[in-house]
Design a protein around this ligand. Structure first.
Ligand code: SF4
Ligand code: SF4
Length: 459
């Protein structure tokens, strides 16, 4: 059952404390509320982290960004082995997924109804900015772009750590916000990739897919922020929502294609994966590369500084590299008590269960992929949806000592998680819309009749 949040938005915002006034009031107000006492109780190193310095870095150090990019969160390192993918317990065989069974592919096959099947072909075109970003990425989706020729001259790479540093620096130079290197999880590869959209549209899966036989040992993840101000001004499911996703998708796609080309110029195999041409599921790769933990949504990872407010692309490669470790910033405890994404999901797709369940070999929370995909492909108020991204406390950040302290607190178990969640709710983080940041134009007629748009491309 869909919820309508528009009607009570003003009322909610009226009840919430004006956090800007509070932040201006500074430490005096904090002392009144007893929050400085909490900061004062932190260990010295952590208290330093809470006011803005960085934690120890993972893996090879970048020269351009030599310290950790985790923000104020308290981060430990976890492992990737047969039993654990970071903080996610592996309780059985994780089967490789056929791309034809993913949410948007199932919508394209007509399994979620006609409206969703048609909507899947044009929802991004409900906003001209989203369509522009999408179409640009399509130009980079060809096989020569993602997997071109490898140079016949293989250059010597004597030091994998130095090479890893160089790869991270090149990606930062190309304007990535985060870069991580992971051991490629074998189960992250798709078993089959959709290669024939026409066959998919008539649900001829056998003809629509091709087996994926690639097996390269490392994955490089490049991550781009979806823009704080845009998120603060948006509902998360309005006209800019699809464009915000494709900001991250097209930007990371460009970086991944160039990075893969660079590695092939060194004489090593490299394949770019982006939103218009994946051969692998990204979330296990993100976790392996130390850029997030699996969240309550089941399919999406949260980064300790950016939350969900990011998109990624990847490069798989056999270039000699030093992989990073997965990270643990306390998200499992936090998600157990928070449920803010579930409370705010307009389609009710995210579980309210307290404990994770077994799903395809993972112990994880399980969201309803069908309900979410149907909403995103048929949303009458906007293009797609990212409401869960907007409300998650880990990405609703402004630069302030107050939020830094809260984020540090949130990394320390369930009781502290309740405190951060309470602070987040009290200040209206994640649910407000700040008009001064609304930079985009809207065309409601495109929401009503996008299928009549010139240049409609179904995919
Ligand atoms: S994108 Fe997130 S908030 Fe929107 S419908 Fe899907 S799960 Fe719910
Ligand atoms: S909103 Fe809360 S429950 Fe949902 S992913 Fe973020 S921290 Fe976890």
């Amino acid at each position: 059952m869909s919820k309508n949040f528009s009607d009570d938005r003003n009322q909610q915002q009226g009840l919430q404390m004006n956090r800007r006034k509070f932040l201006k009031a500074g430490a005096a107000a904090a002392v009144t509320m007893g929050l400085m006492g909490t900061v004062g109780a932190m260990p010295a190193v952590a208290a330093e982290a809470a006011v803005g310095s960085s934690v120890t870095v993972n893996g090879a150090r970048s020269k351009l960004k030599p310290t950790g990019q985790y923000g104020p969160a308290s981060v430990k390192f976890a492992t990737f082995n047969n039993e654990w993918l970071g903080t996610t317990k592996l309780v059985g065989e994780v089967k490789n997924i056929n791309e034809a069974e993913t949410g948007f592919s199932r919508a394209g096959r007509g399994l979620y109804g006609k409206e969703s099947q048609i909507g899947r072909g044009y929802f991004i075109r409900k906003d001209p900015a989203g369509a522009a970003e999408h179409d640009t990425l399509m130009i980079l989706a060809t096989e020569p772009a993602v997997q071109g020729k490898v140079s016949p001259v293989k250059l010597n790479v004597p030091d994998p750590e130095q090479m890893s540093q160089n790869i991270k620096d090149f990606a930062y130079y190309l304007r990535a916000d985060e870069v991580g290197i992971g051991k490629m999880p074998d189960f992250a590869w798709y078993s089959h990739k959709v290669t024939d959209q026409h066959a998919l549209a008539v649900n001829d899966v056998e003809k629509a897919v091709t087996p994926v036989t690639d097996r390269l040992p490392y994955v490089i993840i490049v991550m781009v922020d979806q823009n704080l101000e845009t998120m603060l001004a948006s509902t998360g499911y309005d006209q800019i929502s699809g464009a915000q996703s494709f900001l991250g998708y097209h930007a990371t796609g460009v970086i991944a294609v160039v990075l893969a080309n660079y590695i092939r110029n060194l004489g090593y195999n490299a394949r770019a994966h982006h939103a218009r041409n994946y051969k692998a599921v990204m979330t296990p790769c993100i976790i392996s590369a130390g850029l997030g933990e699996l969240s309550r949504t089941g399919d999406c990872s949260v980064h300790p500084r950016l939350g969900f407010r990011h998109k990624v692309a990847a490069v798989t490669t056999d270039l000699p590299l030093l992989p990073d470790q997965p990270i643990d910033f306390g998200l499992q405890d936090f998600c157990r008590v928070c449920k803010k994404c579930a409370d705010n999901c307009p389609s009710g797709a995210i579980t309210q269960d307290t404990e994770p369940v077994e799903y395809n070999g993972y112990l994880r929370w399980n969201s309803n992929m069908e309900t979410c995909t149907k909403f995103r492909t048929t949303n009458k108020e906007g293009s797609s949806c990212g409401r869960c991204m907007k409300v998650c406390p880990w990405n609703t950040k402004e630069e302030s000592w107050f939020h830094s302290a809260g984020t540090w607190i949130g990394s320390h178990g369930q009781i502290s998680s309740k405190l951060l969640k309470g602070m987040d709710d009290m200040f209206g983080y994640g649910t407000e819309q700040i008009d001064k940041y609304k930079w985009w134009l809207e065309w409601p007629e495109l929401l009503a009749t996008p299928e009549k748009m010139p240049g409609l491309v179904k995919y």
